[in-house]
Design a protein around this ligand. Structure first.
Ligand SMILES: Cc1cc2nc3c(=O)[nH]c(=O)nc-3n(C[C@H](O)[C@H](O)[C@H](O)COP(=O)(O)OP(=O)(O)OC[C@H]3O[C@@H](n4cnc5c(N)ncnc54)[C@H](O)[C@@H]3O)c2cc1C
Length: 366
């Protein structure tokens, strides 16, 4: 049995894999869904929303057609609601690491958590790249990652009755400090400045807990890690008063924010221009047939990195994927307002409509 057969046996078979669940990746699900295509959506972040949620969730957006103003978070909530009828497979907290074209025109896709997909097409909606946590750049840090050094919390229960040191001054650092203070044996929050980027209410709550002696706050910087019997046992901290002291711990949590990295996408053999994927403007297809790119990650003459542009691109990419997956079958434009088939796919029509209706609609429009 060939490797590709072996792989596809274990893989989820789907029409399309979408790399990236930012606003454009989400809307891509909708456009594929209208054309009767199923999608699996994968993102390295543990939540959907891409830049909107990661960088500016509470800021207002004014240039989404027909929505005079909404916050970035509201936009993502609305998109999530809009794609619900198409029920995409959602795989968060994992990076798409491999996209390998097969001889039969399909793709083997793999993620960092070992999921595999057998996809008819791949649509990359990777934005500015996959968001990665800013890591601790200290001797020995890598050895402890996942055991006693963490950049995200997968299961808060693992920190019960532990001595925690938390690094950071943003919302994640403060939110987890407040969440874990009741579960942990002790919590020390360390931030290089007395000013925080987190929500003022969270900072006030942390300060109150500090007053009550329920947690410690040190204004300072971690200089090195201390190990005992191969385990992380403390951090050496240079505090604002110029004194270096060891702070003992069982678990170290680092929340220094995220930064985007093009990452594995650069290895997939696609033509790039300034770290963006070169596409045509009819199909939004990359230099590899069957791999499309939409949203901030693509490049073509006149490209504007706006959500609005990304939405337009998803419609054309969806039509291209449909033609590619069902060659020879003409697909005509139908309106959601009037098409029983589209309304059935959207789950808003009681009427039964099937592929036959689509065939008839296509003939009428031809
Ligand atoms: C402060 C700020 C304000 C903005 N305001 C506006 C505005 O008012 N109007 C407007 O139109 N635009 C605005 N933008 C730009 C807008 O946010 C982007 O155009 C939009 O987010 C692009 O969407 P996207 O889905 O293409 O990419 P992104 O939102 O970047 O999402 C891409 C997703 O892909 C994931 N990803 C990448 N590589 C991989 C991989 N290998 N595996 C798994 N996942 C991967 C990433 O983790 C990310 O979640 C603003 C941007 C910023 C920073």
């Amino acid at each position: 049995m060939s490797l590709s057969h072996e792989r596809s046996k274990l893989a989820t078979v789907t029409d399309a894999v979408i790399v990236g669940a930012g606003p454009v990746g989400l809307f891509q699900v909708f456009e594929l869904g209208l054309l009767g295509l199923r999608a699996e959506l994968i993102d390295s972040l543990p939540i959907i929303g891409g830049q909107c949620i990661e960088l500016y969730p509470d800021k207002p957006i004014y240039d989404i057609p027909a929505i005079p103003v909404c916050t970035a978070r509201e936009l993502i909530e609305r998109l999530a609601e809009q794609i619900r009828p198409f029920n995409p497979g959602l795989h968060l907290g994992q990076e798409v690491t491999e996209v390998v074209p097969r001889a039969d025109g399909r793709f083997d896709v793999a993620t960092s958590r070992g999921l595999r997909f057998d996809a008819g097409a791949v649509i990359i909606a990777g934005g500015v790249g996959s968001f990665q946590p800013r890591r601790l750049n200290l001797e020995g840090a890598e050895r402890h990652e996942g055991a006693s050094l963490h950049y995200r919390v997968k299961d808060a229960a693992q920190f019960a009755d532990q001595d925690l040191v938390i690094l950071g001054g943003g919302d994640s650092a403060l939110d987890w400090t407040l969440e874990l203070v009741d579960k942990a044996r002790s919590v020390v929050l360390i931030h290089r400045r007395a000013e925080f980027r987190a929500a003022p209410a969270s900072v006030a709550r942390m300060r109150a807990l500090q007053e009550e002696g329920r947690l410690d706050f040190i204004e300072g910087q971690v200089q090195s890690l201390v190990e005992q019997d191969g385990r992380l046992s403390a951090v050496r901290v240079l505090s604002r008063d110029g004194v270096t002291r060891a702070v003992s711990l069982n678990q170290l949590l680092v929340f220094w924010g995220l930064h985007p990295k093009l990452g594995p996408i650069a290895q997939w053999g696609l033509e790039l221009h300034r770290r963006n994927i070169v596409v045509d403007t009819a199909r939004f297809q990359s230099s590899v047939p069957g791999i499309h790119a939409v949203g901030d990650i693509n490049d073509y003459p006149g490209k504007k990195k706006l959500i609005l542009s990304g939405f337009h691109e998803t419609a054309l990419a969806a039509f291209a994927v449909r033609e590619q997956l069902r060659p020879g079958e003409k697909v005509h434009l139908q309106y959601t307002t009037t098409s029983p088939l589209l309304q059935k796919r959207l789950g808003v029509s009681a009427e039964s409509a099937g592929e036959e209706d689509e065939r008839r609609a296509n003939v009428r429009l031809a």
